[in-house]
Design a binder for this molecule. Structure first.
Ligand SMILES: NC(=O)c1ccc[n+]([C@@H]2O[C@H](COP(=O)([O-])OP(=O)(O)OC[C@H]3O[C@@H](n4cnc5c(N)ncnc54)[C@H](OP(=O)(O)O)[C@@H]3O)[C@@H](O)[C@H]2O)c1
Length: 314
């Protein structure tokens, strides 16, 4: 495993297709930009048409030759996930990389998705579970064709370290804590990604599932008007993060590493190696908290996600 990896080492991605969720902003935007720069055809999967088209236009201005397309995807609606996946599969084209990046953090009050799930669990976890399940045929098709194994990268967080999966109140109906629900969702992202990789290997699939986290990066996650923090606190926090922790460009490095580095390992989890794993341009193995290693919890969470989405795969 190289700790001196830089995006300059990303190989040519010509002929490879990528879906990036939440590609209009922050880490997703810079992930899409860098993958396109290396020749990949990138689908910008975004919930808001205006923000998606604006991101597309900006990326095209910077990279006129890039192969980019915007496709609407609202992870807070299973109907939207199904529509998006159907449009992808109808193209009959293999998918080499799925970047499960989109996320919401800490709305001050409990909100729900279109299907009645708590918004953070529903978007960050359930939406990506359903999306991955539905896109699996295209990923498996790439596994038949491509030399490099297709990968699914799921963006977790150092917030998982203090997270807990509360199976008795997964949807925070009895008690809603904004950050508590966020931490649970990010722990669930990490457990999902690791359990998916385990299941894929057990099924003999070549598709890899690799979780990554950005440390703490200055993105719209901290500027969201629906955040639990006041506008002034958010503005100050954003400036401090940008100055002392990671930029949005740096925040995309672990995702890019997990998506493209040749020495990524099964069961690996990658993030920045700097101060408390919160910052730095050097990427390497990240700490996995004990609660993310519990096989019974992983199995139970998988079954719950299958029940809630109606999807059964690997
Ligand atoms: N920034 C950090 O320090 C940090 C730390 C740890 C983990 N992360 C994780 O990194 C990932 C990317 O976040 P970011 O920091 O880049 O924040 P960001 O700039 O706010 O980007 C989040 C992206 O997710 C999209 N999104 C939100 N809800 C969605 C939905 N229902 N359907 C589709 N897309 C949706 C957003 O779309 P809109 O623009 O339309 O809202 C946006 O494109 C998240 O999973 C986050 O949890 C970030």
């Amino acid at each position: 495993m190289s700790t001196e990896w830089t995006p300059a080492q990303i190989p040519s991605l010509n002929g490879r297709r990528v879906v990036v969720t939440g590609a209009n902003s922050g880490i997703g935007y810079h992930t899409a930009a860098m993958l396109a720069r290396h020749g990949a055809e990138v689908v910008l999967a975004c919930r808001d048409a205006r923000r998606g088209e604006e991101a597309l236009a900006k990326l095209r201005r910077n990279q006129p030759d890039a192969k980019l397309v915007f496709e609407p995807l609202d992870l807070a609606s299973l109907a939207s996930v199904h529509d998006f996946a159907r449009r992808q599969l109808d193209q009959g084209r293999p998918l080499d990389l799925l970047i499960n990046n989109a996320g919401v953090m800490a709305p001050p009050h409990r909100l729900e998705t279109a299907d009645g799930f708590e918004r953070q669990f529903g978007t960050n976890v359930i939406g990506h579970f359903a999306l991955t399940a539905r896109l699996m045929p295209a990923l498996e098709a790439a596994a038949q064709r491509a030399k490099d194994a297709p990968r699914i990268v799921t963006v977790a967080s150092i917030a998982h370290k203090t997270g807990r999966i509360d199976f008795d109140d997964l949807q925070s109906t009895r008690h809603y804590g904004p950050m508590r629900a966020y931490r649970q969702s990010k722990l669930a992202n990490l457990i999902f990604a690791r359990e998916l990789d385990r299941r894929l290997r057990a099924a003999g699939s070549r598709v890899m599932s690799v979780p990554a986290h950005p440390g703490v990066a200055k993105t719209n996650l901290f500027r969201d008007d629906r955040s639990v923090m006041t506008r002034a606190v958010r503005a100050l926090l954003g400036e401090m993060i940008g100055a002392f922790l990671n930029s949005d460009v740096d925040g995309a490095l672990p995702t890019l590493y997990a998506a493209t580095a040749p020495d990524v390992e099964h069961g690996g989890y990658y993030g920045p190696l700097g101060l408390f794993e919160a910052r730095g341009k050097r990427v390497g193995p990240a700490y996995v908290a004990p609660q993310a290693l519990d096989a019974d919890v992983a199995n139970r969470l998988w079954q719950v996600c299958e029940t809630l989405t109606g999807e059964s795969f690997v």
